[in-house]
Write a protein that binds this ligand. Structure first.
Ligand code: PEP
Ligand code: MN
Length: 346
């Protein structure tokens, strides 16, 4: 099996470095049998040198024209780290944006239950000026005896909702066998909390040509989340949005404990956008707005929330879904806070 290398060194090109000087460094690395991962930035271009450390270290990189600094990457995550890409990544889908000042506002039903429920919700979400529509087709349920999602039938409904509203669709992929069908219907592929460390699935979406929404596992550390993102990025797909959705603690008044500290840490460690799911974290709708506000204030690049026309009849997660009748007001409040913080709904 081939040895898999991560970038070992960062070559920081000075602000005045020319294209020729950058290409020269890349060519020298390649001649030496290494690879170069070039990230142009506002201040400087950063080149990640991928290959065997000793081999790369044997090159007199510091002496090449235009090179400002050569630094080792000490963190276990490489491609997703801020070191390699100091500028924030913006994920753009069908003209909608998340990251770097664009606040992604993703909303929709927990689960696609039927055509009517989904289309009604999609219209309300679009009317409220949201960024994307969410909706589960394949549902990861704790009990095998509960509704597991409509599967492919739901994908047809989501496609219709997208056509009607123009909103990009976010839906979860649970099984590599569904990758083609889900890719066909989804604009953004969600990897759910329970699959955060399903490494085969991560590699699969790493090879896909669609952005990935990667949710933090309820028992996963921030570093494990970043390493999961690294699995996706390593396959070539660096269009990743991370999502904090609450972790397991001893606390029982909320469904999970929303770890807002992790958002601040992630914003420091990675160039990827980070969003927050206050719906699954809280498990109750009265807490969704305060937690959404807190998410914006801590520096999150967006939120993902659930809404349903009749939450009391919902097949999944009823208590946390915002009734569509109240969604417009909810969205106004979210927009107000986002704008107050200098963010624009993407
Ligand atoms: C979801 O967003 O549909 C979901 C199931 O959330 P999580 O994976 O965070 O539990
Ligand atoms: Mn849900």
């Amino acid at each position: 099996m081939a040895t898999i290398h991560a970038p070992e060194l960062l070559i920081v090109m000075g602000g005045a470095a020319t294209t020729d000087e950058i290409e020269h460094v890349v060519a020298r690395l390649e001649e030496a049998g290494a690879q170069a991962h070039v990230t142009p930035g506002r201040q400087a271009t950063v080149i990640g040198a991928i290959g065997e450390r000793e081999l790369i270290a044997s090159l007199p990189l510091e002496t090449y024209p235009g090179v400002e600094q050569v630094l080792p990457i000490l963190k276990p995550y490489k491609l997703v780290s801020r070191e390699i890409s100091p500028d924030p990544t913006v994920i753009e889908v069908r003209g909608r944006r998340i990251g770097d000042g664009y606040f992604g506002f993703v909303a929709g039903p927990c689960t696609v239950e039927n055509r009517d429920q989904t289309l009604v919700t999609a219209r309300v979400v679009a009317e409220a000026g949201c960024t994307m529509l969410r909706g589960g087709a394949f549902k990861p349920r704790t009990s095998p005896y509960t509704f597991q999602g409509l599967g492919e039938e739901a994908l047809v409904i989501l496609r219709e909702a997208r056509e009607e509203t123009g909103l990009p669709v976010v839906t979860e992929l649970m099984d590599p066998r569904h990758v083609e069908a889900v890719l066909d219907a989804a604009d953004v592929i969600q990897i759910g909390a329970r699959n955060m460390q399903n490494f085969m699935l991560l590699a699969e979406v790493g090879r896909a040509d669609k952005p990935v929404l990667l949710k933090r596992g309820p028992s996963a550390s921030v570093e494990e989340l970043l390493m999961a993102a690294e699995y996706v990025a390593r396959e070539g797909n660096e269009r990743i949005v991370l999502c904090e959705r609450g972790i397991k603690t001893f606390e029982r008044t909320t469904r999970y404990t929303l770890d807002l500290g992790s958002v601040a840490v992630l914003k420091h460690e990675t160039h990827l956008p980070v969003i927050v799911d206050p719906s699954h974290a809280a498990g109750r709708r009265d807490l969704v707005l305060p937690l959404a506000r807190a998410a914006a204030a801590v520096g999150a690049d967006g939120i993902i929330v659930e809404s349903h026309p009749a939450p009391e009849e919902a097949l999944c997660d009823g208590p946390q879904q915002i009734p569509t009748a109240e969604f417009g007001e909810f969205a106004r409040e979210v927009r107000e806070v986002a704008e107050l913080l200098g963010r624009q709904i993407g």
